[in-house]
Design a binder for this molecule. Structure first.
Ligand code: SF4
Length: 394
């Protein structure tokens, strides 16, 4: 897995492309696409003392200089993940009294958590996990099944690389659910972490700060990176809460002040209506908090309707393959700097993104279609029963 999904593999594909170019056979080249996660970009911005827009352009410049054809930002695909999570939550909330196992809805964007749930909690916990694909895997669908055809290429003629904050994203990309048997290709061919990008830069003897900036590509969006409000792991809790408050209770201006419970990594957010708590959401980061939550669900004692779960303490900004602190700087101070950079961009609301609405119509054939389910949702497998996939449609 590590050699399959590493900078060595990307370098091999780029070398093959160079050879084809020398032989005047450019049409046989694979189209190489790099999608950069905002958490990895913020980490690299902190390392090279760049602003977030500077880091976006310099990373684009670096990847283009080594032969990559297109560079995108996975914030764009996260719009789909957030919208689908909002809709899934509202459907499940409405069904909660008639369909056991509807609530709590647990997020699915962290492969560290998914791996733990599949291995440790078997069939029991999996029905509670959102079927929505993570931003990385939605980007995989967008690149292979929207961008590829747009460029006149089959999915196996496009080589898709993501830049991510942890090694677990390599495991996610290599799941059988994200493999296309027809074309023998994965939706995400290769995952490179923030620290692996740092070593690529070191190997080429150049600092990111010295690279000529190049604008991000605009084939999917307008190429101007924006952010989503909320936590550094994507803001699932805040976005789903705001949407559900409006959709279910007509509350358009909600208080998003979290109450910290046991520790900084376990917080809750509630909505009261007529003296009763009608929405109870939580963010649980780190395995200790996750284990406590899972035990509560197992004992039928969990009072939350929705929980954003991330395996790393402090979430993705502190991912296991983000840039490490140097010199006197503590990890805490570095993560605070990364968070500031991550949050420095203008916020956008996924529901208000016109390009996303166009893609729902033109690419997916509308909302809640079979194609939407196939390309934006996935399934989970209890490890001891891998052949018996839980394929629950919400
Ligand atoms: Fe990866 Fe950690 Fe984020 Fe989970 S929380 S996706 S393990 S960086």
């Amino acid at each position: 897995l590590i050699t399959q999904q590493s900078q060595e593999e990307l370098n091999k594909v780029l070398k093959e492309n160079r050879v084809l170019k020398e032989m005047n056979e450019e049409e046989k080249q694979k189209i190489v696409v790099v999608s950069i996660s905002p958490q990895a970009r913020a980490s690299l911005a902190a390392k090279y003392k760049l602003t977030t827009p500077e880091a976006a352009k310099k990373l684009t410049g670096f990847f283009k200089s080594i032969g990559v054809h297109y560079v995108f930002d996975t914030t764009f695909s996260r719009n789909f993940s957030l919208i689908e999570s909002q809709r899934e939550f509202v459907r499940r909330y409405r069904a909660k009294d008639i369909q056991p196992g509807s609530i709590p809805l647990l997020t699915s964007a962290c492969p560290g958590w998914i791996c733990y749930a599949e291995k440790t909690h078997g069939d029991y916990i999996l029905p509670y996990i959102s079927t929505v694909k993570s931003p990385q895997q939605v980007m995989g669908s967008l690149v292979k099944y929207h961008l590829g055809p747009l460029l006149g290429k089959l999915s196996n003629q496009v080589y898709h690389v993501t830049i991510m904050p942890c090694y677990d994203k390599k495991l996610e990309a290599s799941r059988q659910d994200f493999y296309n048997d027809l074309y023998s290709t994965r939706d995400v061919d290769c995952v490179i972490t923030s620290i692996e990008v740092e070593s690529m830069l070191e190997a080429s003897g150049i600092s990111l700060a010295d690279i000529e900036p190049v604008e991000l590509d605009t084939l999917l969006d307008d190429g101007n990176p924006t952010n989503h409000f909320g936590s550094g792991s994507g803001g699932y809790c805040e976005h789903v809460f705001t949407y559900a408050a409006a959709e279910l209770f007509g509350e358009y201006s909600t208080d998003l002040t979290f109450k910290t419970l046991r520790n900084q990594d376990f917080k809750e957010l509630t909505l009261e209506k007529d003296g009763a708590i009608v929405l109870k959401f939580a963010v649980a980061n780190g395995f200790r908090n996750i284990q406590n939550l899972v035990q509560k669900i197992k004992r039928n004692k969990c009072s939350y309707h929705f929980v954003e779960i991330m395996a790393c303490p402090s979430g993705c900004l502190n991912g296991g393959a983000q840039i490490r602190p140097e010199g006197e700087e503590s990890l805490k101070d570095l993560v605070a700097r990364v968070e500031k950079l991550y949050k420095s961009l203008k916020n956008s609301k996924p529901e208000e993104n016109t390009k996303i609405h166009e893609l729902y119509e033109e690419w997916l054939g509308g909302i809640d279609t079979e194609k939407t389910h196939k390309l934006l949702h996935t399934q989970y497998h209890a490890v001891e029963k891998m052949s018996n996939a839980l394929n629950i449609k919400w």
